[in-house]
Each structure stands twice: as structure tokens, then as C-alpha cells.
Design a protein. Structure first.
Lengths: 234, 347
């Protein structure tokens, strides 16, 4: 479904990603893990086309999309929930959700999609008229996921969704990710919380200094001693 | 269409359907305060008889409309422009040249000016697409100055420094009137029209996309919004509405020259009125103009004999005080005051 082939990425002249190759199949959770600064967020930003300069290929199904601007990639149902959620803090929850239904097809089905999102994330229904900036961290993350779901994605990419969340919300969030996969969504998940993410991931990639150093099923990676080496530099 | 009186927000499912009326100014809803202020404007327009008072009222309504137009670019999508005088000038010159050279009524000419200004605004935004913050502001200032210098030197078209004069012969087709009342009607309609458009933008999805682009461009891109299209469309709309104001201005004063019409001072004034009234809100530019324009006109009149120029010091002082103590402008101060009052009552 999503294939990344020999992807290099640069911030100005500094190369941050080196020949990244990864694939995400339909209805799969793929975890992307690594230490701080390993290049996890840069990988997602490069796939969706925000900020970084890239060389290499990004394919969605049979279409090459690496030359498209970010908003055109989103139109192909490839949606990123960025790090620190990037909600619009002075807008209400409902307005933030409305923004998600930007694309023509989701706009036509807005009412139904909104009902589904509010059913899936009841906390948003309770807080619908509250400004997003006044929500707790966990509620903001739910709002960011709700907003992404409003655009009817096929592939959802989450960047550090549990960052700064209370343990209760971390549990709820991983449960939600599994439910989304079970409902037919394809998920690429970047996380610091390695154990959690590899437990739910069908497959995983380990990044180190902008390179993929390990690739296997989630469970197998958890047992692999090289994971600790990649993470702690031991 | 259901009308609900709410304090905290419209109880609508999708957030953009149905109208709501709040007490204090709030984005996306018409407020009781705004309705009272606009009703007072209409009442003043119908009852004021003093010639000087009517003159100040015409300038106030016109400047309110122009500041509202500026606010669509500066407040809603974050394109702070110090070059809007160029669009103002394009509107004024286009309709005047069409009238003087081809006998085309300014009622039609204003649409020509609006189209030209929209094209100029769109072009400016496309050319400066990669510029942000102070760099964008400086480029708009430069664009304004280039337009002024071009108008000064293109004598065959604009009359150069001598300017153009519209003959003061009363004619409804030429939009030249012997009394002030038709002008009051024109500028009041202009202000109300741009205000209504601003309220519509605030509560429409288009408005959400503008705010999203302003608040977080990457975030907006990540949900599929094309920030370039949002910026260009908002600037084009803002420029077109400013150009219409330019036509109304020249039809009232019947004279225009580049130094006064395409002056950076005019652009600064649009921005200041919005900053004082409340940037990014529909009511802010109206509140700002209702305070700033009469105050500066009256102060200038009172102090012109004893201490000419002092009015500018006082004007500056008011601006500094408002920006220091009411950073979200008068509109924001009213909303905060009302929120504090209701909170006190509840507790």
C-alpha cells in the first residue's frame, strides 16, 4: 500500500535520513521506533511532504507521490497527526473536527463521519464546544485523532501520540489504535514507548542515526537483543 | 432558521449550521453589542444634521469598511499588509479614469477597480509566497511605494502629482451628489456589506481554513488545506473590497493624487484601527474606526489653532495604551469583561 524506496532527507544541507526503505501493507500497524534524534519524525514528515527536502521514492499503491505537495498527499488519504498534535488552540473541538473534513468527499459525508468520530471518541462529544487549547493532553490527542479521522484516511500516521500523556490515556490510546486497525485503517506509528508499540504492531522498523537497522515482526523485534543496542547504544 | 441566544457557544452539531446570537463579541456569531453598535450607526446616519458631524460620520463608516477589508487579509489569514493603500489607489484611479476618459459610471467602474486590485493582491501574494512575518510586511510596504511612484510618473494616465479631479456636477449616474446624504447611504451600505461578509467568513468553513492557515501552516497542510490558495484568495478578496472603498472615497472628495491616495499612512491606519479594535474579529475594525476616526478628526479640529500636531501625540498615546492594556483590542476587552462578569455572578 505505502512503499518508501531509498529515501534521503535533508534539513538545509544536513542529511538526516539515509536510504530509508519501508513498506506498510493494508490493515497493518507498523511501528517505527528508535532513540531521540534517530529520524523517526523526519521519516513521517518526508513521507507526507512537510518541511524536509527529500530524494528517493514514495509510492502509494501504484502512484508515485513524492513530487506532490503535502496537501495533495492528504487528498490521497495519507494523513499525519503531527508531533505535539498541532491542534488549532483557539478553535473549538467541533471546529477542529470540521477542519478535518476539508477534502471534497469527506465534506459530502461530513455529518455521518462526525457521528462516527463522536461515537468512537465520546470525550469529544462532551467537549465539543470547548476551545481545543483548554483540553487536557489526552483529550487533545483524541481531538487530533478525531480531526484526522474526519478526512476519511486510508493510512493514518501518528507521530509520538503518547508524548506527555498520563498512563491511563496511554493505555486508551493504544487500544484505540488497535480498534482503528481492526476497523480497516492502515497505521504507521512512531513512538518512544517501544514495548507498547511493538506489542500491538504487526511489523516494526528500528531507526538509528537516520538509517533503518532492524526490521521484523513486532514480537520478534521485542525479543531481539540488538533492539537494546540500537536504543541505548550499548 | 433558528436563532439561539448563547453565552458560551452555538449549540449546533456541525459548528457551522444555524445562527447564534451571543451577548459579547465572539468569533463566528453576531453579538448583542455589535447589533447595538450597528443600530446606533444607522440611527446616527438617519438623524445627524450637523454638516461637520456628517462629514466625520462618512469618514468613520468608510474607514470602518476599509479596516474590515484589511482585516480579511491581516486578521483572518495573518497577511499583515502595509501596502493596502496601493489597492485603495487602484480602485480610486480605475473608476475615476473610466469616468473621465470613457464616461463609464463609477457604479460600474468600481467593479473594474475591484477586479484589478484583486489581481494585484493575488500577484503580490504569489510573488511573496515564501516570505513570512516582517519580510512579508516589508515587501507589501515596498509594493505600495512602487505603486505610488508608478502613479506619480505615469502622467498621461494618472495626471501625475497634479492628480485628477472629478467635476462637481451633481449626477446620480456619475455618483456625484449635491448633498451629503447619498454618500452617507453609500458608505454605510459599504461598511454593513463588508461587516456581513466578515461575519459570514468567520462562521463558514472557508473562515476555518483561513484561521487554520494563519495559526499553523504545517498543521493546515497536514489536513489537506492548500495554504497558498487560502492566502491568495483572502488577499484578493481583501484587495477588491479595499478598491471599492477607494472608489467611494474619491467620489466623496472628487479629487485624487498619488501622494495622498497611495500613502503608506493610509495602510498604517487600516492596520492600527484593526489592532485597536481587535485584530481578526468582525467587530474589531468597526469599534476601532468608531473611536479612532472621530477622535482624531475632533482633536485635529480643536488643537489645530493652539497646538497643531499635538493631536498626533495624543493619537499615538491612545494607540500605545490600548496595545499595552488591551492586546486583543476593544472587542477582546469587551468579551473578557463580559466573561469575568458572568463568572462572578455564577460564583
Amino acid at each position: 500500500m505505502l512503499r518508501v524506496h531509498d529515501l534521503d532527507a535533508f534539513y538545509d544541507r544536513t542529511q538526516v535520513l539515509h536510504a530509508i526503505n519501508l513498506k506498510v501493507d493494508e490493515r497493518e500497524i507498523v511501528g517505527l521506533v528508535g532513540a531521540n534524534g534517530a529520524g523517526k519524525s523526519s521519516t513521517l514528515l518526508s513521507i507526507v511532504g512537510i518541511k524536509t527536502r527529500t530524494h528517493g521514492e514514495v509510492w502509494l499503491d501504484d502512484e508515485r507521490i513524492d513530487h506532490l505537495p503535502a496537501y495533495d498527499r492528504v487528498r490521497r488519504a495519507l494523513v499525519l497527526i503531527p508531533e505535539r498534535r498541532r491542534l488549532f488552540p483557539f478553535m473549538t473541538v467541533l471546529e477542529n473536527l470540521e477542519l478535518g473534513a476539508y477534502l471534497p468527499v469527506p465534506r459530502q459525508q461530513r455529518g455521518e463521519t462526525l457521528d462516527r468520530v463522536l461515537e468512537l471518541l465520546p470525550v469529544l462529544a462532551e467537549r465539543r464546544h470547548q476551545v481545543a487549547g483548554s483540553l487536557s493532553g489526552g483529550e487533545q490527542q483524541m481531538c487530533a485523532i478525531g480531526r484526522a479521522l474526519m478526512s476519511c484516511p486510508r493510512i493514518l500516521m501518528l507521530d509520538e501520540p503518547t508524548e506527555g500523556l498520563a498512563p491511563l490515556y496511554v493505555e486508551r490510546l493504544f487500544e484505540l489504535v488497535v480498534r482503528l486497525r481492526d476497523s480497516g485503517l492502515t497505521i504507521l506509528l512512531v513512538e518512544q514507548n517501544v514495548e507498547h508499540v511493538l506489542e500491538i504492531a504487526d511489523r516494526g522498523y528500528v531507526l538509528e542515526n537516520g538509517r533503518i537497522v532492524l526490521e521484523d515482526t513486532g514480537r520478534a523485534l521485542l525479543q531481539d537483543p540488538r533492539l537494546k543496542t540500537a536504543y541505548l547504544g550499548l | 432558521m433558528a436563532v439561539q441566544v448563547t453565552q458560551a457557544g452555538a449549540d449546533t452539531k456541525t459548528g457551522v449550521s444555524g445562527w447564534s446570537l451571543s451577548i459579547a463579541p465572539r468569533r463566528g456569531a453576531l453579538s448583542v453589542v455589535e447589533v447595538i453598535v450597528l443600530a446606533a450607526c444607522i440611527a446616527a446616519a438617519l438623524t445627524m444634521t450637523n454638516r461637520h458631524g456628517v462629514d466625520i460620520m462618512i469618514r468613520t463608516f468608510l474607514w470602518a469598511g476599509l479596516a474590515l477589508a484589511w482585516n480579511i487579509a491581516g486578521g483572518y489569514v495573518g497577511l499583515i499588509s502595509f501596502g493596502h493603500a496601493a489597492f485603495f489607489g487602484i480602485g480610486a484611479y480605475t473608476s475615476t479614469i473610466l469616468l473621465l476618459s470613457y464616461g463609464i459610471s463609477p457604479g460600474i467602474g468600481l467593479f473594474g477597480g475591484a477586479l484589478l486590485a484583486a489581481a494585484a493582491g493575488a500577484l503580490l501574494t504569489v510573488v511573496c509566497a515564501r516570505l513570512r512575518g516582517p519580510f512579508f510586511i516589508l515587501s507589501t510596504l515596498a509594493a505600495g511605494e512602487v505603486t505610488r511612484i508608478a502613479a506619480l510618473n505615469w502622467r498621461s494616465l494618472t495626471g501625475g502629482a497634479e492628480g485628477l479631479e472629478i467635476p462637481a456636477i451633481s449626477s446620480a449616474t456619475d455618483m456625484v451628489f449635491a448633498t451629503q446624504w447619498p454618500y452617507v447611504g453609500l458608505v454605510l451600505s459599504y461598511m454593513l456589506l463588508v461587516f456581513a461578509l466578515s461575519v459570514w467568513i468567520e462562521r463558514s468553513r472557508y473562515g476555518y481554513y483561513l484561521f487554520a492557515t494563519r495559526d499553523n501552516e504545517d498543521g493546515a497542510s497536514a489536513i489537506g488545506i492548500n495554504p497558498g490558495v487560502m492566502r491568495v484568495s483572502a488577499m484578493a478578496l481583501s484587495a477588491a473590497l479595499t478598491a471599492i472603498g477607494g472608489t467611494l472615497f474619491v467620489q466623496y472628495f472628487l479629487y485624487l493624487d498619488p501622494t495622498h491616495i497611495i500613502s503608506p499612512d493610509i495602510s498604517f491606519e487600516f492596520a492600527l484601527i484593526c489592532a485597536i479594535g481587535g485584530l481578526g474579529t468582525a467587530s474589531g475594525p468597526v469599534f476601532g474606526a468608531l473611536i479612532i476616526v472621530p477622535a482624531s478628526e475632533l482633536l485635529r479640529g480643536w488643537l489645530s489653532q493652539s497646538a497643531s500636531g499635538l493631536y498626533l501625540v495624543l493619537y499615538g498615546l491612545v494607540v500605545i495604551l490600548v496595545i499595552l492594556y488591551f492586546p486583543s483590542g476593544i472587542s477582546g476587552a469587551i468579551a473578557r469583561g463580559w466573561a469575568a462578569l458572568t463568572k462572578k455572578k455564577t460564583s
